[in-house]
Design a protein around this ligand. Structure first.
Ligand code: COA
Length: 167
């Protein structure tokens, strides 16, 4: 049976091992890591999938912000990484982790959600789109079509130009 638990219940090294398996050990160079450099994950929006005591999936969310050239800052929550152990991908665990996070975000997110991810997955199942992000920038290489966002818990998205970075 698969249990969804707060990620804070899990040994941090087990999380790192799973992320290495899902993304490769060179994952730290990814633009997503620069966007949330130096901040701690949001405990209420970060979860683990555990099967028979073994960690099989994780989702983490981070406090970030959109900053316009005039200094105006809009808080956002960055979603991801979402990771499922490679040998059991495509078994519904990623969707279950995302659904758990979104249910928590509906009542607890302090701002709208953003992420870098495949619209074919996060759009198709979870209503993330690039509609609001065309004028946004991030600190590193990225594909515009993969810079996604979604309003949640009454928090709308900024659509003006701005840089996304740690909050
Ligand atoms: C992406 C990931 C989290 C999805 O979780 P999962 O448990 O493997 O997938 P699910 O069972 O929830 O969803 C399966 C469905 O999503 C589709 N899907 C999965 N990954 C996809 C992707 N990157 N793009 C498009 N569709 C995708 C599958 O085709 C499947 O669709 P189907 O039911 O019509 O066949 C997981 O595969 C993973 O950890 N991948 C490596 C790390 C990664 O790329 N993470 C995402 C970036 S933050």
């Amino acid at each position: 049976m698969v249990e969804l638990l707060p990620l804070s219940d899990i040994e941090p090294q087990a999380v790192e091992t799973l992320l290495d398996a899902a993304f490769g050990p060179d994952r730290f160079g990814r633009t997503a890591y620069r966007i949330r450099e130096g901040v701690d994950a949001v405990p209420a929006l970060s979860f683990a999938a555990v099967e028979d005591g073994a960690l099989i999936g994780t989702i983490q969310c981070w406090p970030v912000a959109h900053r316009a050239a005039d200094g105006t800052a809009t808080p956002l929550v960055m979603v991801g990484p979402v990771a499922v152990r490679p040998d059991i991908q495509r078994g519904g665990h990623g969707r279950a982790l995302m659904a758990q996070m979104l249910a928590a975000a509906e009542t607890q997110a302090d701002s709208a959600l953003m992420m870098i991810g495949d619209p074919e997955y996060y759009g198709r199942f979870f209503d993330f789109t690039a509609d609001a992000t065309g004028a946004w920038d991030v600190p590193g290489p990225y594909e515009k079509r993969r810079l996604l966002a979604r309003a949640v818990n009454g928090h709308s998205l900024p659509t003006h130009a701005g840089m996304i970075g740690p909050r």
